[in-house]
Design a protein around this ligand. Structure first.
Ligand SMILES: [Zn+2]
Length: 199
């Protein structure tokens, strides 16, 4: 009877498929660890290992929701970004996501690295939030690049409710729906002036 032989063949096919999928995942995770620059410390933190699920690969746009860093953004923020990016595209400007949603583990890793970089938690807090306070962890903040995109947003973003929040972070945008009618609220000089960052 050939029945068992068909079963064995089917099992082999399944095992090959699983092995291929695992191999693909390994490739995908190893290639994405080079992304997700830290606010301000961009460049220096390329090659950061671990927490690859939060890292957005170089060149990812606001439309690339196969990446959790993009897909896990607040839906209203993502809608506003996509509308703005579509209109900016008519001006020849492309929006790239340098960093979007971050897992709590990843945010804490960034904060620990900033502490060792700046020498104290107080100084690090000017640049990097903790997982408890970061708007990136809740999916309510996005770091946009390159310069042409942030320049476009600083001029037109309020029309979409997209506002720059911090004077020292021209790439960091959050949704402020009231801005569509009232304009964006005044910026904080840096995150230490943001009441949400008080721990
Ligand atoms: Zn940010």
């Amino acid at each position: 009877m050939t029945y068992p032989r068909i079963l064995v063949a089917g099992l082999l096919v399944a095992m090959v498929a699983i092995a291929a999928a695992l191999g693909y995942q390994l490739l995908a995770s190893s290639s994405s660890t080079a992304a997700s620059p830290l606010d301000v410390l961009r460049g220096e933190h390329r090659g950061l290992l671990g927490h690859a699920e939060s890292a957005v690969p170089d060149g990812a746009t606001v439309f690339d929701d196969e990446f959790p860093g993009v897909a896990n953004l607040d839906p209203d923020l993502l809608d506003a970004l996509r509308q703005a990016a579509t209109d900016a595209g008519d001006d020849g400007v492309e929006f790239l996501v340098d960093s979007g949603w971050r897992s709590a583990e990843y945010q804490n890793q960034l904060f620990r690295e900033a502490v060792s970089e700046y020498g104290s938690e107080e100084e690090a807090a000017r640049w990097v939030a903790t997982a408890e306070t970061s708007a990136h962890v809740s999916g309510d903040a996005v770091d946009i690049g390159p310069f042409a995109a942030t320049a476009w947003l600083s001029e037109h973003g309020a029309r979409y409710g997209l506002c720059r929040i911090y004077g020292n972070e021209p790439w960091h945008y959050e949704l402020r729906p009231d801005a569509i009618e009232q304009g964006c609220p005044p910026m904080y000089a840096d995150p230490t002036h943001d009441p949400r960052m008080q721990r």
